[in-house]
Design a protein around this ligand. Structure first.
Ligand SMILES: [Zn+2]
Length: 449
C-alpha cells in the first residue's frame, strides 16, 4: 500500500485520552483526523482493525545495530526488520558498535548513509562522547545527532573509550551549550574493577561471580556523579538502562530539584531477573546485569508508578561464537531483545495500565530526543507510524521466528500473547514477513529541523 489516504476503522486506538474505539484517517503519511465514525473519502483505502489495538509505533531510543563495520553482528537490515516485528517504527542507534564509531562528521556520514540504504524504519543517531572528540561535538550536533552517549566505564569497544569525571564534565559543558542531552552508561569503574579483581583472583568466572562484580551500588555511585555534573554544567542528562529502583529514585529527586534529567529502563530488566542468566549464561549477560527478583519487581512498580521516563530495548547483538564459553567475564555481553521485549511488556499491561506505560516506549522517548511534535502519538499532525496489535492465545517464542542476523535470544521458549499484525510507517506498509523485499524505506530523523 502506498502512502495515500486511508481510513482505519474498527480498532481500539491509543489517543491522548486513552484507549478508545475511534477511526483514524491518514493522508500524505500523516494522521489527519481521529474520531468516531469518520466518513470515508472517495477512493480511500480502508483498513479493518476490528479486534485489534492500534498503537503508536515504538520509538526505540536505544539500539546497537553495529553498522557500518560490524554488520556481521546485526546491521540495519536485520535489526530494523526485527524491531518492526516487535512493534518498532523508529529507532535511535548508539554510536559505539559501528566501525568507525560515530564520533565525528565523517563517521556520522558513513552511518547515516548505511541506515538510509538499509533501514525499513525511520532512525536517528546518537553521537559519541569520548576523551578524544570533545572538539568534534559541535560538528556532530550540526549533523543532526539527538545527543551524545558516554560510558562512565569501559565500553568493551577499544576505539570507544569510557570517560572519567573530568572528561564527562568538560563534555557536558560543551553539550549544554549545544542544547542536547548527554546519555550515560552509569556504572562506577573503580568499584567494579575492585570487585572483578577480587572474584577473578579467587579463580571465579561463573555467573554468580559476574553478577557480584557489578552490584547495584556501582550504578548508584555513577548516577550520583552524573547528577552532580548535570547540576554543575546545566547539561541535560539521560541515564540509560537503569537497573535499580534506588537509581530511579535518585533521578526522580534530581528532577524534582529542577534538573533536566531522565531515566530509561529496558525490557530485560523489567522482564528477566538473574535466574535468566543462570539459565541462559551469556545470552542473558548485560551491563548493568540482571538483578535479583525483588529488584526486578520493584523496578516494575517504579515503571507503573510513573517514575520512569522511557523504555528502550538496548538491543545488543553479537555473533554466536562470541557468546560461547564458561568464562562469564570473557563472553560478549548484550541481550538480543528488540523483537519481543516490547510485546512481552504489552502482554503484562491491562487496559488500565497500557496507556501510560505505552507512552514510555513511544511519545516520551520521541519527545525527549526532539521529535515530540512528529513521532509517538496518534493525533492529527503526527506521522502515521501505527502498529496493529492482536492479542492471541499464549504461544512459545521460537528460534525460527527470530529476524536477527544471529537468531538467539533469552526470550526463546517464553510464552507470548501479542503479535504485530500490521505496521504503518508514515502511512506506508512496513514489510513484516517478506524476507525477499528490498531493504530501505526508512528516513533519517535529524534533530535539526
Ligand atoms: Zn546499550
Amino acid at each position: 500500500m502506498n502512502a495515500r489516504e486511508c481510513l482505519i476503522r474498527g480498532g481500539r486506538a491509543l489517543t491522548s485520552t486513552g484507549l478508545e474505539r475511534v477511526d483514524v484517517r491518514v493522508a500524505e503519511g500523516m494522521i489527519v483526523e481521529v474520531g468516531p465514525a469518520l466518513s470515508s473519502g472517495a477512493g480511500a483505502d480502508e483498513i479493518d482493525a476490528t479486534g485489534q489495538l492500534v498503537l503508536p509505533g515504538v520509538f526505540d531510543a536505544h539500539v546497537h545495530f553495529n553498522e557500518p563495520g560490524r554488520a556481521h553482528w546485526e546491521g540495519f537490515t536485520t535489526g530494523s526488520r526485527a524491531l518492526a516485528r516487535g512493534g518498532g517504527t523508529s529507532f535511535v542507534d548508539m554510536p559505539l558498535n559501528a566501525s568507525p564509531p560515530t564520533i565525528d562528521r565523517e563517521s556520522f556520514a558513513q552511518k547515516r548513509a548505511a541506515g538510509e540504504a538499509a533501514s525499513v524504519l525511520d532512525f536517528a543517531l546518537w553521537g559519541g562522547l569520548v576523551p578524544e572528540n570533545l572538539d568534534r561535538l559541535e560538528e556532530l550536533a550540526g549533523c543532526g545527532v539527538v545527543g551524545f552517549k558516554a560510558f562512565m566505564i569501559d565500553s568493551g569497544i577499544a576505539d570507544f573509550p569510557g570517560v572519567d569525571a573530568a572528561v564527562l564534565r568538560a563534555g557536558m559543558k560543551i553539550v549544554a551549550g549545544l542544547g542536547l542531552p548527554v546519555a550515560v552508561h552509569a556504572e562506577d569503574s573503580a568499584l567494579i574493577a575492585a570487585r572483578t579483581a577480587a572474584v577473578r583472583a579467587a579463580g571465579r568466572r561463573d555467573v554468580r561471580a559476574f553478577l557480584d562484580s557489578r552490584p547495584v551500588e556501582s550504578e548508584l555511585e555513577a548516577v550520583r556523579v552524573a547528577l552532580d555534573l548535570a547540576g554543575e554544567t546545566g547539561c541535560a542528562l539521560h541515564v540509560v538502562h537503569v537497573s535499580s529502583p534506588a537509581a530511579i529514585a535518585m533521578v526522580a529527586a534530581a528532577k524534582a530539584g529542577g534538573l533536566d534529567v531522565t531515566a530509561e529502563v529496558c525490557p530485560h530488566h523489567l522482564l528477566l531477573d538473574e535466574a535468566a542468566m543462570f539459565a541462559h549464561g551469556a545470552l542473558a549477560k548485560c551491563a548493568p546485569p540482571l538483578r535479583d527478583a525483588a529488584t526486578r519487581e520493584a523496578l516494575w512498580r517504579e515503571m507503573l508508578a510513573g517514575r520512569v521516563d522511557c523504555i528502550g530495548s538496548d538491543h545488543s547483538p553479537a555473533p554466536a561464537d562470541m557468546k560461547q564459553g564458561d568464562d562469564m567475564f570473557a563472553v560478549w555481553g548484550g541481550i538480543m531483545g528488540c523483537q519481543h521485549g516490547f510485546l512481552l511488556l504489552l502482554d503484562a499491561l491491562d487496559d488500565m495500565r497500557l496507556p501510560a506505560a505505552w507512552e514510555l516506549v513511544s511519545a516520551r522517548p520521541a519527545a525527549r530526543l526532539g521529535f515530540g511534535d512528529r513521532k509517538g502519538r496518534i493525533a492529527p499532525g503526527f506521522d502515521a507510524d501505527l502498529i496493529f496489535i492482536e492479542r492471541t492465545e499464549p504461544r512459545e517464542i521460537t528460534v525460527e521466528e527470530l529476524r536477527y542476523r544471529h537468531p538467539t535470544s533469552p526470550y526463546v521458549g517464553r510464552k507470548i500473547a501479542s503479535r504485530v499484525a500490521r505496521s504503518l510507517l508514515r502511512g506506508s506498509e512496513v514489510p513484516l514477513d517478506a524476507q525477499g523485499l528490498p531493504s530501505g524505506g526508512g528516513r533519517f530523523l535529524s534533530r535539526i529541523v
